[in-house]
Design a protein around this ligand. Structure first.
Ligand code: SF4
Length: 503
């Protein structure tokens, strides 16, 4: 029986004890070998073409089955010159080319438009930064002019930058401290009344901290180039991506400078190259792109009005079969997600003389989950009006382009998270509208809900939990998504209480 030879670019390094190691620099791997393993690898390397298994077995003095099992492992790790390994090697080299000069390999979404409307919403509601040492140094001299202006406008008596401990980022709960832009009354102190950044106005956009420069772009390196998407955490997303705005391609020069700066700072994310679908790693990034195009086509051809149809079609493409029982599982999923959010709320220190803690988004998320039952849930799953339909379609397109769904433990779980995030966004929109005594929910309410839901789904503290929840998320929001939509209204007892409203 013939087996493929070793790839030409892997190297064998013998050790004094008779064993050795096999190093695969392209994939960054080094595999330790005993004497027999080294012997098999040498025979495969020497062959130059298909090698005979019996000849290798007699050369190393091992049973045929043992040698076959060992070679199968090498093949599974793409260390032998198979067709699949050739594709993966080519894609890995393509990714390396992209990473060497990422600014030269921008991949924009066809027809996508964006122009910042300067609404200033992204500079509030969360801590802004981190600010690197280099940026702080660069701002040093200019701060003498900007700081008095900030102090007078905001009536503050505190530094314009604040040092936050990186709590919870390591096993000891400590982590690296981070310098952030100071916040006053919920928004960055550098923001002026017209929604403009004072650093940008005085010194130019390239002097701002990198996270501020990057937002709302979402940039991800793939073997086909650096994907450029627009984050839906941009609160003016609908206006900023409307038909009258310029094409994203027109921002190419700005994007090239940004991508180069991100790469230099080691902050350019790389997409998982071999997504896992239904328990099996895909053979190549190209195989994923073929599936991704089909998902994109489903989104492009849907009307965006009926989320149930769109989600069911996407789920079906990923091999979903309606198994029923989504109702009970949804309640379980909701309880699993609520529990860590409640822990985070309890862990937030009480405000004191020196510190104010804002947990509005966390509380909205919790309240939305609390109300995710019966007719409220059915409303959150209902049809969209035209404007929400546009947001829905655009959100899904941008999320797919940003490779969001391949970042979960499986592609189907990634889709499940996307569905769950949209449902949570609409629930938050309902809760926020009710806070200002409105029953009707606007597209801006949903956009604001999406901002919060998206923020929660990306939160560092929640990511491990989301990974644990992936099987349940898949069961509820992919495999049983039609059942969830069909039975949402029955997930609770009908409301029988008299309800009184008092100020
Ligand atoms: S939220 Fe969006 S549109 Fe508004 S300032 Fe930020 S990037 Fe610009």
């Amino acid at each position: 029986m013939s087996v493929p030879p070793l790839r030409e670019d892997v190297a064998l390094e013998p050790r004094d004890d008779g064993g050795g190691s096999l190093s695969d620099p392209l994939f960054g791997r080094r595999i330790k070998l005993d004497a027999r393993g080294l012997g098999i690898c040498r025979a495969l390397a020497r062959a130059g073409g298909p090698a005979e298994l019996d000849a290798i077995a007699s050369e190393v003095g091992a049973p045929l089955e043992v040698v076959r099992g060992f070679v199968d492992k090498l093949v599974a790790l793409d260390l032998c010159a198979t067709e699949r390994a050739a594709v993966r090697v080519a894609e890995r080299r393509a990714l390396a080319r992209v990473m060497r000069e990422p600014a030269r390999h921008l991949a924009t979404l066809a027809g996508a438009r964006f122009a910042c409307t300067m609404c200033g919403s992204c500079c509030g509601g969360h801590n802004i930064g981190p600010v690197s040492e280099a940026v702080l140094d660069g701002l040093g001299a200019a701060m003498g002019a900007i700081e008095p202006e900030v102090r007078a406008a905001r009536r503050i008596d505190k530094p314009v930058f604040v040092v936050l401990p990186g709590a919870g980022r390591d096993a000891g709960g400590g982590g690296d401290a981070q310098v952030m832009c100071q916040v006053s009354d919920g928004s960055c102190v550098f923001l002026d009344d017209l929604g403009r950044c004072r650093i940008h106005a005085a010194l130019g956009g390239d002097k701002k901290p990198l996270p501020c420069r990057t937002f709302p772009w979402e940039l991800v390196a793939t073997p086909g180039g650096v994907r450029v998407a627009v984050q839906r955490e941009c609160r003016d997303f609908l206006r900023a991506t409307a038909d009258e705005q310029p094409l994203v391609d027109e921002s190419r020069a700005e994007l090239e400078a940004l991508v180069a700066a991100l790469a230099e700072a080691g902050g350019l994310p790389v997409a998982r190259s071999l997504p896992v679908l239904r328990g099996r790693e895909l053979d190549s990034w190209a195989a994923w792109e073929a599936i991704e195009s089909e998902l994109m086509a489903i989104v492009a051809t849907c009307d965006g009005v009926r989320p149930r149809e769109t989600f069911a079609a996407l789920a079906a493409r990923l091999g979903a079969a309606d198994r029923g029982g989504a109702g009970a599982s949804f309640q379980l999923w909701r309880e699993h997600l609520k529990s860590p959010l409640e822990t985070m709320r309890r862990a937030a220190p009480a405000p004191d003389e020196r510190v104010r803690i804002r947990i509005d988004a966390l509380e909205l998320g919790l309240e939305a989950l609390e109300h995710a039952r019966g007719w409220v849930l059915a409303r959150a799953l209902g049809e969209h009006d035209a404007e929400v339909a546009r947001l829905f379609k655009s959100h899904l397109e941008q999320a797919l382009w940003a490779t969001t769904i391949v970042q979960a433990s499986s592609v189907e779980a990634g889709l499940g998270r996307l569905v769950a995030e949209w449902v949570l966004a609409r629930l938050i929109a309902l809760v926020r509208a009710r806070r200002v005594k409105r029953f009707h929910v606007t597209a801006q309410d949903v956009q604001d809900g999406l901002t919060i839901a998206s923020f929660l789904f990306r939160h560092d503290d929640l990511r491990p939990l989301l990974t644990q929840l992936d099987p349940l998320t898949t069961a509820v929001f992919v495999d049983d998504v039609s059942g969830l939509f069909a039975r949402a209204a029955d997930l609770d007892e009908p409301d029988r209480r008299a309800e009184l409203v008092k100020f």
